[in-house]
Design a protein around this ligand. Structure first.
Ligand code: C6P
Length: 420
């Protein structure tokens, strides 16, 4: 049983999850790589796309393709209604109060940049402070660092322990009158740690500080309720939750979004334009300049429909079973060290093998048809904490199987035999 705060409690019994049935939804999984059946364990980088989502994107391109919000003609109205329909699906998926609180962006990177820029240019000035955690992805560090440089503000870091858990007691000492934002990931892509967002938000709010959650890895794995989490911003990448690349969302509380500066200037985000000055549209349009990734966002809506059609508790329990099984088996291989041993973890398993470079592990596993990621995972401070240059990372989705974990373990054993 894992308890991920009140509203995200999920019972962990993998029973009843028909993984073979679910795999049929994902055409990409049936192929062979280097003459071996593909074992796709790089879901934290990009999850695969089910046929029903592929078909929805194709239908848009085949029957509805046109620009949105501009045309009075039939096709434009159909495209607009599909695009806005996707926004409403996002709203329900994360339980936002209103659809206008959901801004479409290309992904998490653009989402964090949007908030850092649009919130930061309005509210952050010299001497102010932004808190990020030590386990953040670069996407939730660099935009804040750029903002700090521009405004003369200071980046502060909430540390983690050697299990890869945030040291929450340090947060109270970091928070203060100068703090303008706490920006923290829901699930670490490099460690798998699930962070206690509700508690972080409660602590930050005592100081009147808003909280941005990088939900790139949270949205695919956890049921979401932004109202219950009480975060101020929640950022999502569609391609990590079974949707096409180019889709994503920034959720923001309306009262904050309304006060923020626009991000990009251009068409669709204005109310009036003269050479003297422009006035801006209401949210969400204020933040959606230019023609958006219409097909991708409609695809995100279809991916949400797909996720809603599954038993997500059973899916999550299945992922946890895979994580536990793989952790046990990896731990029994001499020379293997798991990086990230938090008590609350999602299905991300990072490790190093003594005296073997992670890229060599990745290459040998690829020869066996197994896709993992090797590198710093855009989280160099995490590597610095654990004094490694890189790790191998296997990340599981609900369509992975125990048989695939066995393949991974045989592959690792082979690496140890040959190079260890
Ligand atoms: N992590 C990984 O392999 P984009 O690239 O904008 O969709 O998402 C950026 C991002 C932000 N936050 C977290 C926690 C992430 O995991 C990612 C993307 C990929 O782990 C690519 S580096």
């Amino acid at each position: 049983m894992i308890a991920i705060e009140k509203t995200t409690e999920i019972s962990a019994t993998g029973a009843g999850w028909d993984v073979e049935r679910v795999r049929e939804d994902f055409p990409v999984l049936t192929q062979t790589v280097n003459g071996k059946p593909l074992v796709y364990l790089d879901n934290a980088a990009s999850a695969q796309v089910p046929q029903i989502v592929i078909e929805r994107g194709a239908k848009y391109l085949r029957e509805e393709h046109s620009n949105i919000h501009r045309g009075v003609h039939y096709l434009s109205q159909r495209a607009t209604s599909a695009y806005e329909g996707a926004r409403e699906k996002v709203r329900r998926f994360i339980n936002a109060r209103e659809a206008r609180e959901c801004i479409f962006v290309r992904g998490c990177t653009e989402g964090v940049n949007l908030v850092a820029s649009a919130y930061g240019r309005k509210f952050v000035s010299e001497g102010d402070e932004i808190i990020v955690s030590e386990m953040e992805h670069h996407s939730n560090i660099v935009p804040w660092q750029m903002l700090c440089e521009e405004r003369g503000a200071r980046l502060r870091v909430l540390p983690m322990n050697d299990a890869g858990e945030l040291m929450l007691d340090e947060l109270d000492a970091l928070l203060g009158e100068r703090t303008k934002m706490v920006a923290v990931g829901h699930i670490s892509n490099a460690l798998g740690t699930i962070n206690p967002i509700k508690e972080i938000a409660a602590r930050a709010h005592k100081f009147g500080v808003p909280v941005l959650v990088d939900g790139a890895q949270g949205a695919p794995h956890l049921p979401l309720d932004v109202q219950d989490l009480d975060c101020d911003f929640y950022v999502i990448s569609g391609h990590k939750m079974f949707a096409p690349t180019g889709s994503g969302v920034v959720y923001g509380k309306a009262e904050l979004l309304e006060k923020m500066n626009p991000y990009h200037g251009g068409g669709s985000m204005i109310r009036t334009v003269t050479f003297e000055r422009s006035t801006y549209a209401d949210i969400p349009d204020k933040f959606e300049a230019g023609t958006p990734a219409i097909a991708s966002q409609i695809g995100l809506g279809a991916a949400i429909d797909y996720l809603n059609s599954l038993d997500r508790r059973a899916a999550h329990a299945h992922e946890q079973d895979l994580l536990d099984y793989a952790t046990r088996r990896l731990n029994s291989i001499e020379g293997v060290r798991i990086i990230g041993t938090a008590r609350e973890k999602a299905s991300v398993l990072a490790f190093v093998i003594e005296d073997v470079h992670p890229h060599d592990v990745g290459t040998i596993l690829d020869q066996e048809g197994i896709a993992v990621r090797a590198g710093h995972h855009c989280a160099q401070p995490v590597m610095q904490h654990f004094k490694v240059s890189a790790t191998v990372r296997a990340s599981f989705a609900f369509y992975n199987t125990k048989y695939e974990v066995d393949k991974l373990i045989s592959g690792v054993n082979k690496v140890v035999e040959v190079l260890g």
